[in-house]
Design a binder for this molecule. Sequence first.
Ligand SMILES: [Zn+2]
Ligand SMILES: [Zn+2]
Length: 103
Amino acid sequence: MSQKKENTGFVCLNCGLNVVKCTNGSYRNHCPKCLYSLHVDTHPGDRSSDCGGLMKPLKIIHHARKGYQIVHKCDKCGAHSTNRIADMTEQPDDWEMVISLSC
Ligand SMILES: [Zn+2]
Ligand SMILES: [Zn+2]
C-alpha cells in the first residue's frame, strides 16, 4: 500500500496516454498530451470529489506568481478548476496544446 496516493501516475481517459507522476515534486492531475483532467478533487490533490467526470481544458491563464495555469471545466457537473501546467519534469505538457489554448 502506498502512502503517496496523491502523486501517482494514471491513464488518461480522453486519449489513453499512460501518464507518469511528476518528477519535480509538484502535483499533476492532467494529461500532458491532451491536457484533459478528471474531476476527482475538490481541492487540488485531495481526491475528495466523487464526481469522476472528464474535465476539459478551456483556456490558459497567466498568473503573476503561479505562472501558466490551465482552466478546466467538468463535462459532468460543470465545475471549474485551475491547475498549473507541468514543466521541468518528465512528460512536460505539450506546448502546442498550451499555446493553442492561450489567448
Ligand atoms: Zn490525454
Ligand atoms: Zn464534476
